[in-house]
Design a protein around this ligand. Structure first.
Ligand SMILES: C[S@@+](CC[C@H](N)C(=O)[O-])C[C@H]1O[C@@H](n2cnc3c(N)ncnc32)[C@H](O)[C@@H]1O
Length: 247
C-alpha cells in the first residue's frame, strides 16, 4: 500500500517521536525485499522446501525466506562449521544452515517431531547436504544436559539456532552458553513474538501468543543483562536476537 494516507502521517510523526529507524513501514516494503533480493537468490532446494511447507497445516511455524537468507549469510561470515539447531519443523532454517557450512560441517538438529523433518528431508537430500545433519528426535533439554555432563562438548559450537519451545529459552541459554565457543554465536528466534512484547496487558492476543509472551520478555531482559554475551536484536522475521559469546 502507498505511504500517503492520514494514518501513515500519524505513523511518520510517531516514528520521529520515538526515533524509529526501521525501514519497514509497510507490507509492500517487505514484499519488495522478498521479491527483489530474497526470492531471486533463493536456492532451488530451499524454494522447493518452502513450497512443501506452505501446504502443511502448521506452516506458520516455518522460518521466513528473508530470515533463512540472513542465517545463511551470517553462518558464512563467521565461518561456522560445528552447529546446532533446536526446533527443526520441516527444515527451512536447517537447510539454510546446511548449505552455508563446509562439506565436513555438522549440525546437531533436535526436534520432538520427526514426521515434519521428514517432509523436508527429500529437498535436503536432493541438495546433497543431508550427511551434515545429525537429527535427534525428542526434547532438546536432556540432550544438552548430557552434553554438559559429558564435558567434551564445552566451547565446541560455532553457531546455535534456537527456534523451539519459548518457555524453555532461558533453560537453553543456561546450557548453551557453555556449549558455544567464545566468539561463537547463539541466535534466538521469535524475540519480538508477533509484536506482543509491547502489547498492553488487555490486548486481545491469541492464547498461545499470550502464554509465551512473558517468557519471551523475560528472555529479552536476561540476554540484555548477561555480561557473557554481546547482543543484537534484529527485526527480521519474528525478531531474532544474535548473541556473541565473549567470556
Ligand atoms: C517454530 S518451529 C521451528 C521452525 C524451523 N526452525 C523452520 O525453519 O521451519 C518450532 C519447533 O520446535 C519443536 N519443539 C517444541 N518443543 C521442543 C523441545 N522441547 N525440544 C525440541 N524441539 C521442540 C516443535 O516440534 C517445532 O517443530
Amino acid at each position: 500500500m502507498a505511504n500517503t494516507g492520514e494514518g501513515d502521517q500519524t505513523q511518520v510523526s510517531r516514528h520521529q517521536e520515538v526515533g524509529h529507524k526501521s525501514l519497514l513501514q509497510s507490507d509492500a516494503l517487505y514484499q519488495y525485499i522478498l521479491e527483489t533480493s530474497v526470492y531471486p537468490r533463493e536456492p532451488e532446494c530451499m524454494k522447493e522446501l518452502r513450497e512443501v511447507t506452505a501446504k502443511h497445516p502448521w506452516n506458520i511455524m516455518t522460518t521466513s525466506a528473508d530470515e533463512g537468507q540472513f542465517l545463511n549469510m551470517l553462518l558464512k561470515l563467521i565461518n561456522a562449521k560445528n552447529t546446532m539447531e533446536i526446533g527443526v519443523y520441516t527444515g527451512y532454517s536447517l537447510l539454510a544452515t546446511a548449505l552455508a557450512i563446509p562439506d565436513d560441517g555438522k549440525i546437531l538438529a533436535m526436534d520432538i517431531n520427526r514426521e515434519n523433518f521428514e517432509l523436508g528431508l527429500p529437498s535436503i537430500e536432493k541438495a546433497g547436504v543431508a550427511h551434515k545433519i545429525d537429527f535427534r528426535e525428542g526434547p532438546a533439554l536432556p540432550v544438552l544436559d548430557q552434553m554438559i555432563e559429558d564435558g567434551k562438548y564445552h566451547g565446541t559450537f560455532d553457531f546455535i539456532f534456537v527456534d523451539a519451545d519459548k518457555d524453555n529459552y532461558l533453560n537453553y541459554h543456561k546450557r548453551l552458553i557453555d556449549l558455544v565457543k567464545v566468539g561463537g554465536v547463539i541466535g534466538y528466534d521469535n524475540t519480538l513474538w508477533n509484536g506482543s512484547v509491547v502489547a498492553p496487558p488487555d490486548a486481545p492476543l491469541r492464547k498461545y501468543v499470550r502464554y509465551y509472551r512473558d517468557f519471551v520478555i523475560e528472555l529479552n531482559k536476561a540476554l540484555a543483562a548477561d555480561p557473557r554475551i554481546e547482543i543484537c536484536m534484529l527485526p527480521v522475521g519474528d525478531g531474532v536476537t544474535i548473541c556473541r559469546r565473549i567470556s
